[in-house]
Design a protein around this ligand. Structure first.
Ligand code: SAH
Length: 348
């Protein structure tokens, strides 16, 4: 079966070319055609011999998606539903947001998710599979082409748990970040995790330069476990040990995400516990007014409570900001993404 050439980062591509008895610099040429010139066929790679182009064509293909659906929010946010063009015509969602500093894409890392967070719209949809390296990168490439823009920031905050698809996410980042690839600075790429503790240690070992966000949502094990089943495997104490290790070794700030739900985790008592937990650490807290999902038990906090919560944190030495909500009218805001199936889409 032919393999998607986008599944290989530059190091892997050199290996592949070696197996074809070709020199490593050929890999650099191919990489540059794919990500600099953005060609979609081997025929266009005119500095390769006809013979090599033929060999490549026999073993590989250049992956691409089809846009099934594109929704535009009144705030300019755009949500794409892509057909990944695999055997099952699986669909994934990707969101494009515009900020004053440039364009950010919120990418999916899996088809479905295993984490089962109670407040998230991806929950309840069966986990299908990990996205391949090429499929992660393709999300950015398709949007750049469709909108004729350059993406400056990537957040792994779409569907899926990026650290549960660790190797593929690492390789996709290698392609996104490489100067001969899409050349997006590591500091402009952030990974968000529900808290897979062993993988946080692994991020440190790999000396990854990306930004790390932790979905915390409560400083209290009982409340956090009721919202996020993963907390039963890796409770807050273990998560915080990993975070302290990460900060100590990388000297980088961690961003904690905290989705505020009325009378669940938005009282001053909750803020007090959070201050106690994070005091003295190099962190930033991102407060998100929780987005209510269909059949969900969580209700958005009042604006008054959100401001009170933020002010309490700031007054007690924890830097906290409220995340601007984008794309909620097209179900593209935090936690609203879900893998839609065709019948659902047709029914709309
Ligand atoms: N699995 C990863 C990344 C995907 S979710 C993670 O858990 O971090 C991206 C962010 O959206 C996470 O912080 C998640 O907790 C948050 N989120 C999920 N559902 C939400 C909702 N209904 N309202 C607000 N934020 C939500």
């Amino acid at each position: 079966m032919k393999k998607n050439i986008r599944n290989y980062d530059l190091d892997d591509l050199k290996e592949e070319l070696k197996n074809l008895s070709e020199k490593p610099f050929r890999a650099e040429q191919i990489f540059s055609w794919l990500y600099r010139e953005k060609v979609s066929t081997f025929d266009e790679m005119t500095n390769l011999s006809l013979d090599l182009r033929k060999k490549l064509q026999e073993d590989y293909f250049v992956g691409s998606f089809q846009i099934e659906h594109k929704l535009v929010s009144k705030d300019g946010t755009k949500k794409y539903l892509f057909n990944v063009c695999d055997d099952q015509n699986n669909l994934i969602e990707t969101v494009l947001m515009q900020y004053h500093h440039g364009f950010t894409v919120c990418v999916s890392s899996q088809i479905g998710c295993k984490m089962g967070c109670k407040f998230c719209a991806s929950t309840g949809i069966p986990f299908m599979r990990n996205l391949e390296v090429g499929e992660i990168v393709q999300q950015i490439m398709e949007i750049e082409k469709d909108e004729n823009i350059r993406i400056s920031n990537i957040v792994f905050m779409g569907i899926g748990e990026p650290l549960d698809n660790f190797e593929n996410v690492m390789k996709a980042i290698a392609i996104l970040n490489h100067p001969k690839g899409l050349n997006i600075g590591a500091r402009h790429i952030s990974i968000s995790t529900s808290g897979l503790v062993p993988k946080i240690y692994e991020l440190v070992d790999r000396q990854l330069q990306c930004t790390l966000s932790i979905s915390l949502h409560s400083a209290n094990n009982e409340t956090r476990s009721s919202m996020m089943p993963i907390n039963q495997t890796y409770p807050i104490e273990e998560l915080m040990d990993a975070c302290r290790y990460y900060i100590e070794k990388t000297n980088k700030r961690i961003s904690f995400e905290y989705a505020l739900a009325k009378e669940n985790n938005d009282n001053i008592e909750d803020a007090k516990e959070l201050v106690k937990l994070l005091k003295g650490m190099l962190v930033h807290v991102n407060l998100i007014p929780i987005n209510q999902i269909e059949d969900g038990n969580y209700i958005k906090s009042t604006n008054k409570n959100i401001l009170k919560f933020r002010d309490y944190l700031n007054e007690h030495g924890i830097v906290a900001t409220i995340r601007r909500e984008l794309g909620s009218d097209i179900n593209a805001a935090c936690g609203q993404l879900r893998r839609q199936n065709l019948s659902e889409k047709r029914g709309r």
